[in-house]
Design a protein around this ligand. Structure first.
Ligand code: B12
Length: 436
């Protein structure tokens, strides 16, 4: 009898830990941490603040490599953001991720400044100003200058850094949840709901502690609306859970589980999604470091809110990389036939067919096609997820005009970009200049 009570007690304790499904997945976490650490060594591209954040939220560390990466963030990423600010271009998402990355390394944010004109101001001041601009833009255009994912990142980064976020800025995010403004192309953006949930949960927690610390009377801004928005988002995430456990798709599940953890969900609400993520990780779905960086905190029962309580004391320093023998991947001898269709903004369509070695990425196929002088040309822009297709046959799908080159295979939207998507036999890839 006493044994039963003890077992039930343990079960109750386990289910009171949000989303805690910990079991024997140490090996998996170790290997994902190593993959992320190895990605820091890739020479091309900007140092990635999202990867830094995930490594810092982990239990396992390589303090030397993390320190070196921090230095690259404060030089290379810093300069990249500085050039956006100088050019008066919106950069709230990168500023926010930079803030979260620095905070996760317990870096003194007040020492980071940017200069615009002849005025030098701190990182947090710039982030607040960017959020004000975004808020003003929403007032007139019903959408942010960037997108609601970046707007949510901005609220989150200010909040975890101890800034009391302007209640009008928060209110715009609450209203966007209410009016279901979070889309990705023509479908729902689970990633954005998840990021908004973390931002609003952080605001709710800090409003509560701000007011309970005050002796005199204190108003919790947006109290009831915050609760409603959080309940609605949770509902949205749970109804978007597929039979295989994914919430949205493979690449939004990590953020969705982080959001559920931040909202204190019980284990029953996350278990199948956690299992889906472990399956994805074992099946090598997460070959893009960005994908690992969004899933790894969730797999360790953490969310971006955990940055708030980081103290960087007595950290593990055992994460080591074994030297890997360079592997030369020989191009496959088998070729697959592929068709690429380009649909311009005016609706005209062009078809190109080519043979590519089996397993080639779309980017490799485009390069081959480009070399054949059939009239197909393309350009890309670099981003944290890799190359973003921006120009096809001389036609730019401009983000400023809310247009992009949408990628589909046999009528189904791709869930990966041109460098990650691998071609299979007889596929027809459609690139369509689309508005969003
Ligand atoms: C907003 C958004 C878009 C917007 C971006 C424009 C804008 N200003 O809003 C639009 C609608 C254009 C878009 C398009 C696509 N997207 Co998108 N997008 C996002 C979202 C929600 C936020 C990105 C962001 O602002 N990040 C914050 C800033 C600080 O980081 P950043 O790197 O500087 O941001 C830029 C890039 O991320 C780039 N971008 C956006 N999507 C994609 C996708 C790929 C593959 C690449 C390389 C770059 C890229 O646009 C951002 C703004 O400039 C993410 C969600 C997530 N979990 O990250 C999905 C996400 C990155 N997108 C995704 C996908 C699949 C696509 C498309 C390939 C869809 C399609 N079938 O066509 C296309 C890209 C096609 C191309 N031309 O290369 C996937 C990528 C998964 C993966 N493993 O690669 C994500 C993770 C969503 C998901 N869960 O499926 N996207």
């Amino acid at each position: 009898m006493y044994h039963l009570v003890f077992v039930f007690g343990l079960l109750a304790l386990a289910s009171s830990l949000p989303c805690d499904t910990s079991g024997s997945n140490h090996e998996l976490l170790l290997s994902l941490n190593k993959d992320l650490l190895r990605s820091l060594e890739e020479p091309e591209g900007l140092p990635n603040p999202s990867v830094h954040l995930a490594l810092r939220l982990s239990e396992l560390h390589n303090l030397l490599k993390e320190g070196e990466h921090l230095n690259r963030l404060t030089s290379h990423l810093h300069n990249d953001i500085q050039s956006f600010l100088t050019g008066n271009q919106p950069v709230v998402g990168r500023l926010a991720l930079y803030t979260l990355a620095l905070k996760s390394s317990c870096f003194d944010l007040n020492t980071i400044t940017f200069t615009v004109g002849d005025k030098s101001e701190t990182l947090l001041t710039h982030l607040k100003k960017q959020m004000e601009q975004e808020k003003e833009y929403i007032t007139f255009s019903q959408r942010p200058l960037t997108n609601y994912y970046q707007y949510s990142l901005g609220v989150l980064a200010l909040c975890v850094s101890g800034v009391r976020v302007n209640n009008h800025v928060v209110h715009k995010l609450i209203k966007a949840v209410e009016h279901e403004h979070f889309t990705h192309g023509d479908s729902v953006s689970i990633d954005t709901y998840a990021m908004a949930a973390m931002a609003l949960q952080c605001v709710k927690n800090s409003e509560n502690s701000f007011c309970s610390a005050k002796k005199s009377s204190c108003t919790i801004h947006n109290a009831a609306e915050l609760d409603t928005a959080l309940t609605n988002i949770k509902q949205k995430l749970l109804v978007s859970q597929r039979a295989d456990g994914h919430i949205g798709n493979e690449f939004s599940t990590g953020l969705a589980v982080q959001a559920l953890i931040a909202m204190g969900s019980p284990v029953s609400e996350c278990a199948t999604s956690m299992e889906a993520m472990r399956r994805d990780a074992r099946g090598n779905k997460y070959h893009n470091p960005m994908a690992i960086s969004q899933a790894l905190p969730a797999l360790q029962q953490k969310s971006y809110l955990s940055v708030q309580s980081k103290n960087c004391i007595n950290e593990d320093n055992t994460l080591a990389l074994e030297p890997v023998d360079p592997v030369t991947v020989l191009p496959s001898k088998t070729n697959v036939a592929v068709i690429v269709e380009v649909v311009t903004s005016s609706g005209t369509s062009s078809l190109y067919s080519l043979d590519v070695p089996k397993g080639s990425s779309l980017l490799e196929a485009f390069n081959l096609l480009n070399g054949k002088n059939l009239g197909f040309t393309f350009e890309t822009e670099s981003s944290l997820w890799g190359p973003f297709l921006s120009v096809v046959n001389g036609e730019r799908a401009r983000q400023g005009d809310r247009r992009y080159w949408h990628l589909a295979s046999d009528g189904t939207a791709l869930t990966e970009g041109i460098s990650d998507f691998k071609l299979k036999v007889g596929q027809k890839i459609t690139l369509k200049n689309t508005s969003y």
